[in-house]
Every structure is written in C-alpha cells, then in structure tokens.
Design a protein around this ligand. Structure first.
Ligand code: 26Q
Length: 858
C-alpha cells in the first residue's frame, strides 16, 4: 500500500526521499503482507518516531511519555498515508466517480490508531518495531481517547459503513460535526451514573487535517426579502441574520489493503470575525458577542439522547449547520468538475440521510439549486428527489422528530418557505390520488398541527426509504408508514445492518482472529461469508477444545479488567452473560436485573441450589435526563452490592456493571462473552448491531424475535440460540387493544411478586422503600401517565426465566456449548457491513469501485 513512489524509495531500500521525508513503507513485490504487496521498514519507522518525538516534544524515546509516543506514532502514520489519500481523491476526480455523502449527526468511531494500522497492513510490524524500542503497542493504543461522536447503534453503524466503503473501494464522504465534547464519560458514584464531560480533543487529534479553504458561512434567523428581478424571477435575500463559519476537518478512512483512503469530514464552527468587526465599528458589540457564542455553542456538545427526540433549538441549529456546509461543499465539488452545470447532479452525488436528523438536506439542496443556481422549482425538485435517500432507524414514537413551526421558521426562514411549498405541492398530490379523503391529508402532511414532521419530509424528498432489518422494514411498510408505502411502494426497501469484522474480530479479538486465519485462511477479513468454512470444525473435538481455550483466555482478559476497574473477582469458568448497550426501557435491562433478583431469591430459598456459576455483566449509558434509565443503573449496582457480598451465594452469581461502556472496551467485552442478551420488547429494536458483534465472537444469543435477531436465528438455527417471549405481532396486537394487565401476573406469580416487592421493601436499598418505587410503579400502575409495563416485562418474564434455565442446562455440556458457539461464528457471514454496503451500492447508490494504483502516482 505504501510509499511506492518510483525512483524515490520504491526499491525497498527505504532511502531518504527527495522531500527529506523518510518512507517507512516501501513496495517490494516479492513479499505479501495480507493481500498487499509491500514491505514495512522497521528501522525507518523507528527513526521516524524518534525524530517526531524530538521535533514535537524535545525528548528522546526514553524520556517521552506514552502519550507523546502515541502522538509521534500517529504523525508518522499520517505522513505515510497522505500520498494514498491524495491519490484516492485524484482517482475520484479523474474517473469522475459518483460519490455517496453519508450525512450523519453521529460517527462513533472509537479509536483510530489500531484500526488504521490493521487496515494499512502494518499492525504486526509496528508492534514489533515498538517492542524493539521497549514499547508496548497496547499501552500506546490506550493513550488514545475514543472518538465518541455518537450515542450508540446509529453512530457506530455510520463508522462501520465508512470502513466498509473504503475497503470495498467505493468513493464516499462521511459528513458530520466536530463536537468539542462527545458522548459523556460515565462514572459510577454510589451506584449512580455521573456524567463527566468528554474533552476528547484535549491532546489534539493527530490524524485530523483542518481545511480552511473549504469554509462556508451558514446563516440563521432574520427575515426573507423577495425582490422581483428583470427576468421576472424572484430573488430571496436573507436579512438581519446571524451567521457562523463552518470549517471542515478531514479524517482519513483507510480501506483494508487497497490504497483507498476516504474522508470523514467533520465541521467546526467559528465566529464570522469580519462581521464582528463591522458590528463592533457600528457599536453593535452585543451582536458581535452573540455571534461568538453562537459559534461556540453550535458544536459544543453531542446530544446524549439515544432513540429519544428532544425539540431543542440548538439541536436544529446543529443540523442545519453541518448540512448546509456539507450540501454546498458537495455541490461546489460537482460544479468544479462539470462546468458549473448542476442539472445532472444526481448522476454523481447521493446524499444518504442517517435517520431524520439530516433531513434539512432536502430543503437546503432545493435552496441552493433555486436561489443560488437559478433553477426552476420543478427542475430543482427533480434533482433533489433523485439525490436524497433516507434510512429509518426507529419506530419508537418518542424518537420521531417533529419541530414546532414557529421555532423552525424563525431559525430557518428561507428553508421553512421551501418546506411549506414542498408540503403544499405534496398535499395536491395526495388529494388527486385520494379525492375527498381528508383523513389521508391529515395523516401524511409534512406540516401538521403546528409541526414539521421530519420523517415525512425525508420520505417525500427522497427516492429511497429503507429500514435496517427485515422485520423492521416490514413494520414500517405495514404499520408506521403504511400510507406512504401505499402511495409510493417503490421507494421502500430493506438494508439489514452489518458490522465490520476488521474492528470487531481482527482488532478486538486477536486470539480468535488468528485461530480462524490458521484454520481457513485470511479471506474472511474482506469476505466474511468465508467464515462458514469453520462450520465443519464445530464437529471436531480438538477444534472445540482450542476454541474453548481462546474464549477462556479472553474471559481472563476481561476478568482482569473487571478486577482493575471494579475491584471484583470474577470466575472465568462462570458463564459470562452480557448485556451491553444504551440503557432504554424498551431494551429491558430491568427485566435482566429482575431475573438476577429472582435467581438470588431461589438461592436464598434453597441455599444448595445447583446452578452453573454465572457472571451477569452490564454496561450502559443512560441519557442524562432519563430518570427511569438512571434509576435502573442504580438498581443494577444495588443488586450487585448485595449479591456480590452475600456469602450464602457462594460465588454462584456475580453482578458487574462496567463503567463507561464505549467502543474501545466493547471490543474486549464481546470477545469474552458466552451469552448475548438481546431482550428488547419485540417490534421495538429496529435492528440492533451488538447482537451481530457477539455472534461474530462466539457468544450465543438469548433473545426475542426482534430486529436482526430474527435473521441471526435464521442463519444459525433456532437450536443454536435461546429464543423467548412475545412475537412482534403479539406485542402490536396488545398495543392495539390498549395493553394488558400486569397486575394479574403480580397476583398470580409469587416469584414475580416477590421481586417486585423487593423494589419497595428496602432489600436492595438499605431499608429505603422509596428509592426504586418509580420502577415498581412503572410496571404495575400508570404512574406518570401511560400504560403500566408498556414494554411487557412481566408478560415476558416467565418465558425469559425459562430460557435462562435452558442456558444453565446447556452450559453444563461444554461440547454442546462450544459447538453451538462455533456455529454462531461460522454463520455470522451475512452480518458484515461489507454485505450491507454492497446492497446499498447495488440498490440505492449505484457507485463504481475505484482502484488506486500507487505505482502510477507521481
Ligand atoms: C433526536 C433528536 C434530538 C436529540 C437526539 C435524537 C436522537 C439521537 C440518536 C434520536 C435517535 C438516536 C439514535 C438512534 C439509534 O441509535 N437507533 C438505532 O440504530 C441502530 C442502527 O440502525 C439500530 O441497530 C438500533 O436498533 C436502533 O435503535
């Protein structure tokens, strides 16, 4: 992949290049590294790192701190990849490639260094080089902060997609926001979650590149004056507005072994200083300060809500800020390559909207085409609706984005005019399609009841609408978006989510990754379905033994982490039963901990109870304002405190809450898991992607028939999973009937009653009967409005406990267990994001692969 600049250091000798820069990676055709022909020059790499440490910190390697070494290593790598990065973009321009712009408020990238080294094919070599310097790559990797620019599934999906796009060689930009503070760091104090700001840029970001030359001004507020021009057209002029500058920072997204380097472009906000001076001159000091504040506030922090909409003005500002800049940058790039003519924009540009959060891209593109490019409405609409595509990630009613019209029109006056016109024309369409049916108009209008319905705007303005798992897409078509599906069935399609095996197996679980490669070769790294070649080995006793030993080592690694962070001793021979994901009522962490309470009661009733020792591991962040979610964290920690310290339990149960669950520790957790808890109320989890990461790492799913679990079970077979609970049809039927009566279950099931009573009798709260009352009430009474137990926890409890019993029994047979676990790995091929991306390409984006040939690069 590297440094193959002919005549400079392409002979493998790794000489000092003309520019005085040392190439550490030089082409040598004789040796194959992965799928690349290249050689890594260890000595030069070491020299470079030493030089960087000296230049950056005035220190020798021996004197430098691990953080300083980390910085030096990253800068060395950045220099090494810059030629490929440039060449990739040259290739896009020369081939006039169609580009997808993945528009997302969130990119949950995790750490870059390890992943970059892996995709460059240099991980092992760099590890050795550092070792020779007396340094441990793991320690250096631990110096890097996670790029936590996302909440959970949706943000991590965006990150996996970027990895797959680059690896498959498709031209793509990720477009997002350079939040000053990402997802908060979670600390647990006295069992409660405390949110600590995530100052991820404290030491700077060695991989980023500021691109001042692509700065845009983004305008908010004011009012619109229209001016009739000589040609009879109107010009729309925004006046008395506030504005900020959007300044892009580019991050390299390195494809695995193919020289392709795509870009994640995240926008920072800066005050418009010229304007400030002008204002200051005019004595409008207040306005100047306001603009400074606007810039600072816009990118200050990621909203830490997952699957929950909060109608905050600042959030809408964030949305328009990064969308306006991204859309204009894409249009300008296109114009530069096409003589300024935007009529065929859609042939070379696709905007994929990651949920409704970037939906203002639809009216913003209309504004650019009409106001700036002078197109007529119909032309502009034709282009826009051929350029935009929308992905839906949730059917949870509380996650649907709706903006009050007064707020929306005040902040984005011109955009609102355009949305109003989109709506007016759409209503005409509805009325001509369904004459006299005003019900349809109410149900489908973009503007209704004083609100802008963003999902409907996204659907109307896009040529494609997709769900993220088969079941989810069916629910969209048949329930949530039924009217739209009936009116425009061709737009709707499914793209079942996937994950990148390069991070979640190759990097996160090196022991298993090496073993898989030893058994079936390394084709799986870029072609995951090849992992099916492992299936026959599940019948081989010796292979199962090897597989068990690897899982055991990974469990020891996690046990050591738990010992260090929680001070708890956990037994690596116990079942590691894991639920790690955002905390949300529909994900039912409460049901999980209630089952733990139930098991504890069984032990107390029968101290000799025979059960396989189990370690229940939780990891979850709760949105800062989500009371019930935060109280559930406290309950988990309180139950842990009691159970872990009860000698009668005799270590049959341990409960561990892993603080600050995030991408970097997730990689280690998946690798060490036996049981994957995927227990959402059926119909509520659009897809889930953690479920796939567990499967890939040989954990067995304990889950409901929800989201992508359905497809996981289809691949691996029901006999290799533990499935329980109501089906989505049953849940939906109950909901249509107005719910069910949890009190009946409370009255008839003594075990469930006992667990519920323990929430209000002080068993887990030092006698405090009020601490967990809200949770108790949420299950039994309509406390705080709404239906009791609207996530069917009591309804599914027995079925869940039965499935847990089956887990206990199955684990007693290590041969059965390791075979089923291996079959889970072997049948995970469908769930690579490479497959998902290929489907987006074939059915939505229609991109062409590029090859970046460094031998021809100048
Ligand atoms: C909206 C408005 C204001 C503030 C925040 C938000 C907001 C932020 C994040 C709303 C939703 C989200 C995140 C949603 C999400 O992560 N959905 C998940 O997407 C995954 C990838 O498709 C699926 O696997 C999960 O099932 C789905 O829950």
């Amino acid at each position: 992949m590297y440094g193959s600049v002919p005549g400079v250091c392409g002979d493998g000798s790794a000489a000092l290049c003309k520019e005085g820069r040392i190439h550490c990676f030089t082409t040598m055709k004789e040796r194959k590294v992965g799928i690349m022909t290249q050689m890594f020059d260890k000595e030069k790499f070491k020299q470079q790192v030493a030089f960087k440490v000296k230049a950056l910190c005035r220190k020798t390697i021996e004197e430098a701190t691990p953080q300083q070494i980390f910085q030096a290593v990253c800068f060395t790598i950045k220099e090494e990849i810059v030629d490929e990065w440039i060449a990739t973009h040259q290739t896009f321009s020369e081939a006039d490639s169609k580009i997808v712009y993945y528009m997302s408020m969130e990119f949950l990238m995790g750490r870059a260094l390890g992943n970059n080294l892996i995709n460059m094919g240099a991980y092992e070599e760099v590890r050795e080089a550092l070792e020779e310097l007396g340094l441990d790559l793991n320690v250096i990797e631990d110096q890097e902060r996670d790029y936590a620019l996302g909440n959970g599934g949706l943000g991590r999906l965006a990150a996996c997609f970027l990895d797959s796009l680059a690896t498959l060689g498709y031209p793509a930009y990720g477009c997002g926001i350079r939040y000053r503070y990402g997802m908060f760091k979670q600390e647990i104090r006295d069992g409660y979650q405390v949110e600590v700001p995530d100052n991820w840029l404290k030491h700077g970001n060695p991989f980023e590149m500021r691109r001042d030359e692509y700065t845009y001004e983004v305008k908010f507020g004011g009012h619109i004056r229209s001016e009739l021009q000589k040609d009879g057209k109107y010009r729309y002029i925004q006046e008395d507005y506030e504005s900020v500058l959007a300044v892009p920072y580019d991050l390299p997204i390195i494809g695995y072994g193919n020289n392709v380097i795509n870009t994640l472009r995240i926008w920072d906000a800066e005050a418009v200083t010229t304007f400030c001076l002008e204002s200051f001159d005019k004595g409008d000091y207040r306005k100047a300060v306001e603009q400074e504040n606007l810039a600072k506030n816009i990118v200050e922090v990621l909203y830490p809500n997952d699957n929950h909409y909060a109608g905050k003005e600042l959030r809408l500002k964030q949305q328009y800020f990064f969308i306006s800049a991204s859309v204009r940058a894409a249009v300008d790039r296109y114009k530069n390559l096409h003589d300024g003519d935007v009529h065929k924009l859609y042939e070379k540009v696709c905007f994929q909207l990651n949920d409704t959060h970037p939906t203002v891209a639809v009216p913003e593109l209309m504004r650019v085409l009409i106001d700036e490019e002078g197109l007529e409405w119909d032309e502009a609409w034709d282009i826009t609706t051929k350029t935009c595509a929308y992905t839906n990630h949730t059917i949870m009613a509380e996650a649907l984005e709706k903006w009050p019209i007064d707020l929306f029109s005040r902040l984005l006056p011109r955009i609102y005019q355009i949305v109003d016109e989109i709506n007016r024309r759409f209503l005409i369409e509805i009325r001509s399609r369904y004459p006299g049916n005003e019900d349809k108009v109410e149900k489908m209008a973009v503007l209704f009841n004083g609100q802008v319905r963003m999902a409907y705007l996204a659907i109307v303005g896009s040529f494609s609408v997709n769900g993220v798992a088969r079941l989810h897409t069916e629910i969209l078509k048949n329930q949530e978006l039924k009217d739209f599906y009936e009116m425009m069935p061709k737009k709707f399609n499914n793209k079942t989510n996937g994950i990148t095996q390069r991070r979640f197996l190759l990097h996160g679980n090196p022991l298993l990754a090496n073993w898989v490669t030893e058994k079936i070769g390394d084709g799986w790294i870029t072609d995951l379905p090849q992992i099916a070649k492992l299936a026959p080995l599940a019948n081989d006793k010796a292979c199962r033994e090897e597989f068990r030993r690897i899982k055991r080592q990974n469990k020891e690694r996690l046990a050591a982490y738990i010992k260090e962070h929680n001070g708890i001793d956990v037994n690596p021979d116990s079942i590691f039963d894991v639920q790690v994901k955002r905390l949300h009522e529909y994900k039912r962490q409460l049901m999980n901990i209630m089952h733990v309470m139930y098991l504890y009661n069984k032990i107390k009733e029968n101290p000799e109870l025979d059960m396989v020792p189990r370690t229940f591991i939780f990891g979850a962040k709760a949105a800062a304002g989500y009371r019930r979610a935060k109280l559930t964290i406290k309950l988990i920690n309180s139950v842990a405190e009691v159970i872990n310290n009860d000698p009668q339990v005799k270590d049959r149960i341990k409960v561990v809450f892993i603080e600050d669950y995030r991408v970097s520790n997730a990689e280690m957790i998946f690798a060490a898991s036996d049981v994957s808890e995927q227990i959402s109320t059926a119909s509520k989890e659009a897809s889930g992607t953690g479920n796939m990461k567990f499967m890939l790492n040989g954990a067995i799913t304990l889950g409901t028939m929800d989201g992508a679990n359905v497809e996981i079970v289809e691949e691996v077979g029901e006999e290799n999973a533990f499935i329980f609970g109501l089906s989505s049809d049953e849940v939906i039927r109950y909901e249509q009937q107005g719910g069910y009566y949890p009190m009946e279950i409370y009255n008839h099931d003594a075990d469930v009653r006992k667990v519920l009573n323990q929430m209000i009798d002080g068993t887990f709260s030092d006698g405090n009967r009020e601490m967990f009352r809200e949770l108790y009430e949420s299950l039994l009474n309509s406390w705080g409005g709404g239906r009791p137990d609207c996530y069917f926890i009591l309804k599914d409890f027995r079925s869940y406990a039965d499935a847990q019993k089956r887990v206990d029994e199955a684990y007693r047979d290590p041969e059965w267990w390791s075979k089923a676990a291996m079959l889970n790995v072997a049948h995970s091929g469908k769930f690579t994001s490479d497959r998902t991306i290929q489907q987006y390409v074939d059915e939505i984006w229609h991109l062409e692969k590029v090859t970046v040939n460094m031998d021809e690069a100048e």
